[in-house]
Design a protein around this ligand. Structure first.
Ligand code: MG
Ligand code: ZN
Length: 369
């Protein structure tokens, strides 16, 4: 095969894969030495048992998790507890420091704000985005852009979205911006800053040529569940990658969250969990398809902590299991990390959740701080 045909063939293969869910030949891709772009995908509450259940549930429709060349584990404990919450968990990824449970982008002992990797990259000229299935002020996205003592300060967290020029946001939570207790209309404030604001699930009328920043509010409050038909996350992830690539020559940082894997586990709801894991698997596939075409994108997939103490118990059938939850809260199990693309080898091994931050910096060759 002539080498110059390779990009065309890869593109055509990727297009086919999107529809037929066939195996992408991820190993055949030759990458740049360093990434321009980072896509960090977080399955909230997702640890090894959840990925295991997803692999078995999908059966012959093979899970994308099986395709990753580099796998590690992180220790999710927070500053003050073996069992972290999502605020301290995401702050560890965002800032490289352990913090107390419920803290959003601030550090002990006196709640000083820490600069997040999203804020730093934004300041250095990278494009930045977040695509989630929760509301904008929810703990995980909040920890990349806001600095508040308590995750419950949702209206204050929404205010922090005006402080960093995030290029795109897709997710719920419009009410925290335009139906606030303090009557400040943050949608107007964002428009004054040049944002295009859209509502609903249509990707039409977004500035996809990269000409303006945008926020697409899929819902007034929290988005619906995958088991009830919510399915925007995979498409929104592809859209965000293609949009962000046009926003900056330098590259982009995109955080994608499968937010409700955690909620399904708190509810001990197997049907909901299966739908959320399936949606997240499709989303990770989209990120890898983009990375396989782009060749300068590092994809990292992990959870912030385990949730539910999920066990895969024996049934009478060889090919089936009974998913059983031990608790309705988080647990301290190690959390797997999957990496693909330039510098992905950095993510092998067992390390602290804070090292995800330092490994991203090392991959980008940002100076250590
Ligand atoms: Mg979350
Ligand atoms: Zn949780």
């Amino acid at each position: 095969m002539r080498l110059y045909l390779l990009p065309v063939l890869l593109f055509l293969t990727a297009c086919t894969v999107a529809r037929k869910q066939e195996k992408i030949d991820l190993q055949a891709i030759k990458f740049e030495n360093r990434p321009k772009n980072i896509i960090l995908l977080i399955g909230d509450g997702m640890a090894l048992a959840h990925v295991s259940a997803n692999v078995y549930w999908r059966g012959n429709n093979k899970s994308i998790f099986e395709e990753f060349p580099f796998i590690g584990f992180h220790k999710s404990l927070s500053f003050d507890d073996l069992v972290t919450d999502s605020a301290a968990g995401a702050t560890a990824f965002a800032c490289g420091h352990k913090t107390t449970n419920a803290a959003i982008g601030v550090l002990p002992p006196d709640n000083q704000p820490c600069t997040t990797i999203l804020e730093e990259m934004d300041g250095l000229g990278w494009a930045t985005g977040m695509v989630v299935t929760c509301s904008a002020p929810h703990a995980t996205p909040a920890s990349f852009i806001a600095h508040r003592e308590m995750r419950a300060q949702t209206e204050e967290i929404a205010l922090d979205y005006l402080k960093t020029p995030l290029d795109c946001f897709i997710g719920g939570g419009e009410q925290y911006f335009d139906a606030r207790g303090d009557k400040i209309n943050l949608v107007d404030s964002l428009r004054d800053k040049g944002y295009i604001i859209r509502r609903g699930l249509s990707f039409n009328k977004l500035p996809l040529d990269g000409s303006a920043p945008f926020m697409l509010f899929t819902d007034l409050r929290e988005p619906g569940t995958a088991s009830a038909g919510r399915n925007y996350l995979p498409g929104a992830t592809t859209l965000a990658c293609e949009y962000l690539k046009k926003r900056s020559e330098k590259g982009f940082f995109l955080m994608v969250e499968g937010s409700q894997i955690d909620w399904a586990c708190h509810a001990n709801d197997r049907t909901w969990l299966k739908a959320e894991m399936n949606d997240f698997d499709d989303t990770v596939r989209r990120a890898l398809e983009f990375a396989a075409q782009d060749r300068s994108t590092l994809v990292i997939v992990t959870g912030d902590h385990e949730c539910g103490g999920l066990a895969l118990n024996k049934t009478d059938s060889k090919n089936d299991f009974k998913g059983t939850f031990v608790v309705r809260m988080h647990t301290g199990a190690l959390v797997p990390v999957y990496a693909y693309g330039p510098q992905a080898h950095l993510f092998s091994g067992i390390y602290d959740n804070t090292d995800i931050y330092y490994k991203m910096r090392a991959a980008l060759n940002l100076p250590s701080n």
